[in-house]
Design a protein around this ligand. Structure first.
Ligand code: NAD
Length: 476
């Protein structure tokens, strides 16, 4: 089966399904500003169809022996690698990211199925020594249908990251990808069907958050929601989940601090810090967008980082911003920065590549000159923009890092192991990177503290968030 995803329909019960309202919307290629394809606009009826299919597939999914389910995961990972050119093409057509980056995303997404396939059938309960005449044990059971709602920045990765552990724990899924970037997720569901996942186990319903997304969260047969996206949407979904008394994983935004101490390897710290705010054109929840530098090396780091940022070429090294609206939002932050008294050491403008191509390209931007109370220090911009702040003491660096509504990631650059341990312990975030900046691996649990959300994706941890405990007591 080829993908033929020029016009995108829902994927429900193992087939492409047209929207009941026959509504479609245009998806834009952000590298050119032109239409990439038409996308089905799902409504509550479409969501109901998908959830019913997922509900009906629960029994068939559970009845497949664990090792046979694990084999399907391996087959899907292999199919993704074999299809990497097409998955990357779809991803590029809606995000504009460079080909090497898209291919790396496909490979990374396949590893979720490698990893969680390997965990299917592993012991998932305990026996408890309660009394001599009782046999007491716990087991972890699936919730049922999981509603997965994903954002546009790394669409295939976000879908695979949530679906692999959800399916491995025995659930079925209905995914509502971002309306800007749905194609690679539909292709993933097609591949799952091709390798033999029973129909209805992996469904994708398309459309806007206000219609399809909200209907998915409100559907009475959805037993848990896994949401990745902005704080505002996460809060709205959290309210509905609270009303329905269902669990929700919220993977939200960040304003992550990246701290360079005077004893750091400056060259490595600058290279890592550049990547931390420019990767994916800064459209990463874990981007290092507040760079705290010890005053003794501050000016040296400003100069080296600005030179590195100026050498990053939009269109070659990084892709565009996702939409015209996002481009305008980042430009608005440029005005806010100026009005607050910040100085752009480099960038602060729409890239010339934007004029050449019609795409939504921004030059990497390094700001200095305002403190941690400025809006550009507190609000997530979601573009390749960093603010540099100087500090004098370790305590001050920790205080600045923690002075944020968010708590997703922190970076620490130092050659002193005691300092690395001390600082890592005191920073209030879900993950700390010492002498590196990355998004971790499939094995490392990922999630936020404070406004960055709760629940965990990745690692063995995620399996706990996609299953619930049952305790059985048998009296002899
Ligand atoms: P968004 O909140 O606008 O949209 C995310 C998804 O939610 C989309 O599929 C959208 O259609 C849907 N949605 C919107 N309104 C909805 C509603 N009322 N009910 C149900 N669904 C709804 O976020 P975005 O702009 O797509 O993504 C950017 C945000 O995502 C940033 O804040 C970023 O930090 C965050 N993010 C977090 C992580 C993480 O792992 N923590 C990863 C990537 C992105």
């Amino acid at each position: 089966m080829g993908s033929a995803l020029d016009k995108l329909d829902h994927w429900i019960a193992g087939s492409a399904v047209m929207p009941t309202g026959a509504d479609y919307m245009a998806v834009t290629d952000p590298a050119t500003g032109c239409e990439a394809r038409q996308l089905a606009c799902g409504n509550a009826d479409d969501v109901d169809l998908a959830v019913q299919a997922a509900s009906a597939a629960e029994t068939a999914w559970k009845q497949i022996p664990a090792l046979a389910r694990a084999r399907l995961f391996g087959d899907l990972a292999r199919a993704m690698r074999a299809d990497s050119a097409e998955l990357a093409r779809l991803e590029i057509s809606e995000t504009g990211k460079p080909e090497a980056v898209a291919l790396a995303e496909v490979e990374n997404s396949a590893t979720y199925f490698d990893f969680y396939g390997g965990l299917i059938g592993m012991p998932a309960g305990d026996t408890l020594d309660v009394a001599p005449d009782q046999h007491v044990y716990t087991r972890r059971e699936a919730f049922g249908v999981i509603g997965v709602i994903t954002p546009w920045n790394v669409p295939l990765n976000q879908a695979a990251r949530a679906c692999a552990p959800a399916l491995a724990a025995g659930n079925t899924v209905v995914v509502k990808p971002s309306e800007s970037t749905s194609a690679s997720t539909v292709r993933l569901a097609q591949l799952a069907t091709e390798v033999g996942f029973p129909s209805g186990v992996f469904n994708v319903v398309l459309g806007t958050g206000q219609d399809a997304g909200a209907a998915l969260v409100a559907h009475p047969d959805v037993s848990k929601v896994a949401f990745t996206g902005s704080v505002g949407t996460g809060r709205a979904i959290g309210h509905i989940a609270a009303d329905r008394i269902i669990p929700v994983t919220l993977e939200l935004g960040g304003k992550s601090a990246n701290i360079i101490f005077a004893d750091a390897d400056v060259e490595k710290a600058v290279a890592g810090s550049l990547l931390a705010f420019t990767a994916n054109a800064g459209q990463v929840c874990s981007a290092g967008t507040r760079l705290l530098v010890h005053r003794s090396i501050h000016d040296e780091v400003v100069q080296k980082l600005a030179a590195g940022a100026a050498a990053v070429r939009p269109g070659r090294d990084i892709g565009p911003l996702i939409t015209r609206a996002q481009l305008e939002r980042v430009q608005e932050y440029f005005k806010i920065a100026e009005s607050e008294g910040a100085q752009a050491v480099t960038g602060g403008t729409v890239s010339v590549v934007a004029q050449e191509t019609g795409g939504f390209y921004i030059d990497p931007t390094v700001y200095i000159g305002v403190d941690n109370s400025a809006r550009i220090a507190r609000e997530e911009i979601f573009g390749p923009v960093v603010l540099m702040l100087a500090f004098d003491t370790e305590d001050e660096a920790i205080e600045l890092a923690n002075d944020s509504d968010y708590g997703l990631v922190a970076g620490v650059w130092t050659s002193n192991v005691s300092r690395a341990l001390r600082v890592s312990e005191r920073i209030r975030v879900g993950q700390v990177f010492v002498n590196t900046w990355s998004t971790g691996s499939v094995q490392t649990p990922f999630g936020g503290w404070k406004n960055s959300g709760y629940g965990r994706e990745k690692g063995v941890e995620a399996l706990h968030h996609y299953s619930q405990v049952k305790c059985v007591t048998i009296k002899f």
